[in-house]
Design a protein around this ligand. Structure first.
Ligand SMILES: Cc1cc2nc3c(=O)[nH]c(=O)nc-3n(C[C@H](O)[C@H](O)[C@H](O)COP(=O)(O)O)c2cc1C
Length: 317
């Protein structure tokens, strides 16, 4: 299983996509809240946040899973819930439960992990365009909010063309494309030509994803591909102020995250991992090793007070 679930791991700077999501937004009531990351990221020019991938079959059948996998509140807007499913029925049932609380449903066709491929979800679906078409069609028939698909490219772009055409004919509102094939490692460069190809052939908006670690790189992707939005994962985890133009995580950003996360009672694992990402650039290997082994919120705060001059009392005041 995906054991790193970090809230707001996927983000875009596309205003048009955000408006699309916001346009058909309905909210009927609150779910338990624990989403400081997305709220905080929006203050750094992030237009749209996604949840981590959530298994539709588990989500639809377990209240416990729903409560632990997905939390939101009125300030968490716009937000897209991303599901992994291998059939339309599970997806629709999960989408119907989530729809009152989100601005869009996204179908994950990109997760390349072995367990996901075995479950016939994630990147496995890139070879199942008919299944994805049925999923999009069914979501659109049952749920009145946008439905998007996050894909990877195929080694043969003709297949990507066929895939995209089916998804949009079924009603997909936009497509996010990670410019690598299922088998490519993240150390290999993203294929911007392939993303541009998707943008050129698609009649719905396209969001580009992969290797954006600065605002300049995001602008470069816009220029080279003509896409409607840019999504970042690792870059924004390392530097939440990326889209605000900061080259490195500003200290005030770390303080604001701590204040918001502690205020919301964010779970220790998520709190720790976000801070591990934010400190990745600035801590030495030895420091990182020590920091990454801390196992409680007090230990994390003590460490930051001792070695990084964090003033918890001031931050929380
Ligand atoms: C910690 C982490 C968690 C991720 N979780 C998801 C996920 O739940 N769903 C998804 O579609 N992609 C997920 N991804 C993949 C990213 O969305 C993205 O496609 C990939 O990291 C390449 O973009 P980047 O270069 O901006 O990181 C995750 C990536 C990271 C680093």
């Amino acid at each position: 299983m995906c054991n790193i679930k970090i809230t707001g791991q996927i983000l875009t700077i596309s205003t048009s996509i955000a408006e699309l999501a916001r346009g058909t937004h309905h909210r009927n009531g609150p779910l338990p809240t624990s989403v400081p990351t997305c709220i905080f990221l929006r203050s750094y020019n992030v237009d749209l946040c996604y949840t981590p991938m959530i298994l539709a079959d588990v989500f639809k059948s377990s209240t416990y899973a729903r409560d632990s996998d997905f939390t939101t509140n009125e300030r968490d807007d716009p937000v897209i819930i991303q599901f992994a499913a291998n059939n339309a029925k599970d997806l629709v049932e999960a989408a119907e439960l989530a729809a009152p609380y989100v601005n869009g449903i996204d179908i994950n066709c990109g997760c390349p992990q072995k367990w996901a491929l075995q479950e016939h979800i994630g990147a496995f679906l890139m070879t199942e365009p008919e299944t994805v078409r049925d999923m999009v069609h069914s979501v659109k028939a049952h749920v009145d909010i946008p439905c998007s698909v996050k894909i990877r490219i195929h080694p043969d772009l003709k297949e990507t063309y066929e895939f995209v055409k089916r998804a949009e004919a079924a009603g997909a509102d936009f497509i996010t494309v990670h410019g690598r094939t299922r088998k490519q490692k993240s150390s290999e460069p993203v294929n911007l030509d392939a993303i541009r190809f998707v943008k050129e052939v698609a009649s719905v908006p396209v969001v580009a994803n992969g290797d954006v670690f600065s605002l300049t790189e995001a602008e470069d992707v816009f220029d080279k591909t003509g896409v409607n939005g840019v999504m970042a994962a690792r870059g924004i985890l390392q530097n939440p102020a990326l889209f605000a133009g900061d080259k490195h995580t500003p200290w005030e950003c770390i303080e604001r995250y701590i204040k918001l996360a502690l205020g919301y009672g964010t779970n220790t694992f998520i709190f720790h991992h976000h801070l591990m990402y934010m400190f990745e650039d600035v801590m030495s290997n030895a420091e990182r090793k020590t920091f990454n082994c801390l196992s409680s919120v007090p230990a994390i705060l003590d460490h930051l007070e001792k070695y990084w001059d964090l003033d918890v009392a001031r931050v929380m005041a």
